[in-house]
Design a protein around this ligand. Structure first.
Ligand code: ADP
Ligand code: MG
Length: 351
């Protein structure tokens, strides 16, 4: 059997204008000259299994970038399932652990979203991720019996978080959690806070398709963020003009493998244990709350076209969304009317 592992880490680089690829965003570095302390700094680095780019403009931008990278590394060390020393690995091995403050916030918010999305967002998904080999190198389609056995363990409703002590219990043997669907949004939101506290007023963070911007570009215009066409790496569905917000995309094209001519991606439907195939190929959530944006991009992708549209309508005004279907139809919430420049036609929702 031929197993072909394809990890399209680089695809996400094309997603945004942060790097200047599509829009020249962040390319106004020359504006720094003349000012004694304001400057532009940039970092390209790899963390959380993802290529990341930071562009920061303001006082002491180099030091601010260093602080941002340090924060992302700190959260990566805490929450990487691939690192046996991480908090999440220790919890998964021991079955219970008093979590760090960040861990408590992440789990609490994840459980709220689990409730709110009818269980689509489920951090107890790790045993299924593992069965598919997404946690290591050997990706493969698991036997249906294996999935059937593991599915009852993948139920965030069974997790017990003691909000006084901060202890999280995984009450059943074999239960394990995975914060991969939320940690990058949490990291970008945290980094924006750190940059602000250092007096930075303009920045663009691209954590592999998870974008969060601070303020406007140096020329006073909003940041331009291109949304990738999920089927064509070099094409865009549209461009967003953003100020002080996150735009986080989930797509099955980000991490996947092929087996026997079929493609399998890493966003798992907790109802079936299989990669979600519910009509959507890309979901972008736009809201200043980066943590929410990350959780909802994963969740709405799983909920699929009809339930995602209904979710947007029921939560009108709480966030904006762009949904792209396997029939190449684009839906967007009405809040984006003035800031989304689509390349094709759009059906507006949640008016
Ligand atoms: P990415 O991290 O590639 O940007 P997402 O934010 O959509 O993409 O998150 C996908 C990750 O979320 C998976 O790699 C896995 O760690 C985790 N995950 C997969 N399925 C679920 C689910 N149903 N609920 C919560 N997390 C999930
Ligand atoms: Mg996500």
């Amino acid at each position: 059997m031929v197993r072909k592992v394809i990890l399209l880490f680089l695809s996400v680089m094309l997603l945004t204008g942060c790097s200047g690829a599509s829009s020249g965003a962040g390319s106004a570095a020359s504006g720094a000259s003349g000012s004694a302390e304001a400057s532009e700094a940039r970092r390209d680095f790899f963390a959380m299994d993802t290529f990341m780019t930071l562009t920061v403009f303001g006082p002491d931008a180099e030091a601010a970038c260093d602080a941002a990278v340090a924060e992302i590394d700190r959260l990566d060390r805490l929450f990487s399932t691939g690192n046996p020393e991480s908090e999440v690995s220790k919890l998964n091995a021991a079955g219970s652990l008093v979590l760090s403050e960040d861990g408590q916030i992440l789990v609490k918010r994840s459980l709220e979203t689990w409730k709110d999305t009818d269980g689509a967002f489920d951090i107890a998904i790790y045993p299924i991720m593992d069965a598919w080999g997404f946690t290591g190198e050997d990706r493969h389609v698991p036997a249906p019996e294996t999935l059937a056995k593991l599915l009852p363990l993948c139920d965030a409703g069974k997790l017990q978080l003691d909000e006084d002590s901060g202890e999280l219990k995984l009450p059943e043997e074999g239960m394990m959690i995975d914060l991969g669907g939320v940690v990058k949004g949490y990291a970008s939101a945290g980094v924006i806070g750190i940059l602000k506290s250092r007096g930075i007023e303009s920045a663009c963070l691209n954590l592999g398709g998870n974008v969060q911007v601070l303020g406007k570009k140096q020329n006073g215009n909003p940041w331009r963020i291109a949304i990738r066409d999920p089927e064509k790496e070099d094409r865009y569905l549209g461009v967003l003009h953003l100020t002080d917000t996150a735009a986080i995309t989930s797509g099955g094209y980000e991490r996947f493998f092929e087996e026997d001519g079929k493609t399998y991606h890493h966003i798992i439907d907790p109802e079936t244990g299989y990669p979600a195939e519910n009509g959507l190929t890309s979901v972008t959530i736009i809201t200043p709350d980066g943590t929410l944006a990350d959780m909802l991009s994963t969740s709405l992708y799983i909920l699929g076209t009809d339930r995602a549209i209904r979710y947007c309508e029921e939560h009108r005004g709480e966030f904006d969304a762009i949904l792209f279907t396997d029939e190449r139809k684009m839906y967007a919430t009405a809040g984006l009317r003035d800031i989304l420049q689509p390349t094709g036609s759009v059906t507006w929702i949640a008016e």
